[in-house]
Design a protein around this ligand. Sequence first.
Ligand code: SF4
Ligand code: SF4
Length: 423
Amino acid sequence: MLKIGHTVTHHGKRVGDPSITIPVVEELETVPGIPLHEGDVDYYSREYPLESQAVTETASREWVWTLYDKETIEDRRTHDRLNRPIVAASRNTGDIEPTAEPVPGKDITQEVKQKARELGFGEVGITRFDMRYAYQLKKSWVKFPHAICLAYEQDYEPTQSAPSREAEGPHFGTYRIMGAVGLDLADYIRSLGYHAQVHSPNDNSAAYIPMFVEAGLGQLGANGQLLSPHFGSRARLMIITTDAPVKYDAPIDYGIHKFCQVCQVCVQRCPARALMKEKIWYRGVEKNKLIYKRCRPVMARYLGCGICMKVCPIQKFGMKAVMEHYVETGEVLGKGTHNLEGYTLEDKGYFGPGELPTFDPEVFDMPHGRVEDVLFEDLKEKLMTNQVPEGSEGDHVLREFAHKVKEYISTHDERWEKYGEEA
Ligand code: SF4
Ligand code: SF4
């Protein structure tokens, strides 16, 4: 039996469920939220502002479509068709006027939280919208100062089979449901007399997790995902910003920052070896960093992968059960079992605890950066290797380059509209 340092009381999973108590053993205590150096976060956000991968990684986002089979393309097109109106409806929500007069001086925090939970959001917390995590492209779009952080639970059962088509369905389906009910919640806030701007889960305005951590809704896991109390990393995230009078929540130490260093299941099970064992200081925050160029090719080939979500004990058993087990045994619930750690990759078969697939190096040959930059690198390579001769043949190569760049840039807005964050 390990010594408990403190306990965290959290609401029950569904509206009306009794609250839960999560014990945090003394040896796992660090800080509420995540260790960070404010000055460094300021510095990096000012000098190296964040930008969405939908802008900075367009080359790989185009490339993944060449790997999808017919069925996957069809699934993604279907999601896009169903989701597009929801994403489009979110975009101008900041301009919609409230539909009632507010009650002067009335704090509406509890009403908004209650309504959010009734609409199906499993977690809701409030903090300031921290512009330091906003994407460059979206900074001027964000209108209101307070961030209502909303997490929707992705279905348990199908997620346990990730990577699979069964797990991909609820992944996209959850985004559509929460996107739609998020619009309803914004209507509700307007009916209380205030503005509400919907930041769609498929058209992100910022790196959302730091604000969820600040609002006390969980802590950052070694898998790069928010570990929320009831459903761990099986949480899909969105934000609504508002000018309503609301109270901010505070970050919480659930013990996760240190627990992940003990657990390491996602790190050890990632087929791409894309998760780092040790934490590093990155942009002013101490965290385990995900290696995008290792993860993305595997995600693209194996139905969104999601193994790091699936094998997380907090996702599978909930934080209370995992932390209680740790208090009693000093061990990670489910670690080393096929039930938690096993997974199947379509063309490679089943991998149990301690077993990992291997890949040919070419699997990770992925274009990086923006499409136009990749095209320019390609042209430079041709110039350096004398593949651009003098005269009309060389002119043709240059014209072809200009044509491709123009074509890409002219259709960029269309693609952004179409695929948003998920492209
Ligand atoms: S999605 Fe798959 S490849 Fe990417 S980090 Fe998670 S387990 Fe690794
Ligand atoms: S699997 Fe373990 S190490 Fe990875 S995020 Fe979950 S708790 Fe943390």
